[in-house]
Design a protein around this ligand. Structure first.
Ligand SMILES: N[C@@H](CCC(=O)N[C@@H](CS)C(=O)NCC(=O)O)C(=O)O
Length: 203
């Protein structure tokens, strides 16, 4: 049985969503990242102490996108990943990673500056740069979705899980405004049964 270490609204939602779409059984271990003391069991799993992590037998992994790629490779085949020969594959691969590396990661300096930094350090050049870079990268997502209903093309894939999570993070924490195309897209992806089930398990 796969164990998913997760927490409220964390990137563990990506992994839970993928597990639900693949109909794989899993157990969730909630970690309260705001607790005054670290959870010693989770610290033993991830000494860097961030979510999500999985245990699958002897396998322990962190990094939400890497975990998704592992699960699809280990327990596939699945329609959540196009075949490498498919014309949809390059866009799939690009947006799978853009969701974390190009969107969610850029949000973090903005989020911690706004909500955690001392008053005098809230407005800072680095966070402003990240916000601008994020807005520019969102143009890639909007342009793609103006041409196809999903990021890889006509069908829902793990790239949509990756990017939908990032858009939700931006909306919740930064008040990110989504244009009509992006709004319609998020309604389409989060309308899936797999998303609803994952939300119930991991958040
Ligand atoms: N790139 C990592 C980012 C992980 C991450 O930032 N996790 C957040 C929760 S969503 C966290 O645990 N932050 C606490 C920390 O980094 O100290 C991934 O995709 O898994």
């Amino acid at each position: 049985m796969i164990t998913l270490w997760g927490g409220q609204t964390s990137r563990s939602l990506r992994v839970a969503w993928l597990l639900e779409e693949m109909a794989l059984p899993y157990a969730v271990r909630q970690v309260d990242m705001l607790a005054p003391e670290p959870d010693p069991q989770f610290l033993a799993i991830n000494p860097a102490y961030f979510l999500p992590a999985i245990q699958d037998g002897e396998v322990v992994m962190v990094e939400s996108i890497a975990i998704m790629e592992y699960l699809m490779a280990r327990y596939g085949p699945t329609p959540l990943v196009p075949a490498p020969q498919s014309p949809d594959f390059p866009a799939y691969q690009q947006f799978l990673h853009l969701g974390e590396a190009g969107l969610a990661t850029l949000m973090m300096p903005v989020i911690v500056s706004r909500f955690l930094a001392p008053e005098a350090e809230r407005e800072n050049w680095g966070a402003a740069w990240c916000l601008q870079a994020l807005q520019k990268r969102l143009n890639l997502v909007s342009a793609r979705l103006a041409a196809s209903p999903y990021l890889a093309g006509e069908t829902f894939t793990a790239a949509d899980i990756s990017v939908t999570y990032a858009l939700g993070l931006g909306q919740r924490t930064l008040g990110l405004a989504l244009d009509e195309v992006l709004q319609g897209y998020v309604e389409r992806t989060t309308g899936r049964e797999g998303y609803r089930r994952a939300l119930g398990r991991s958040s």
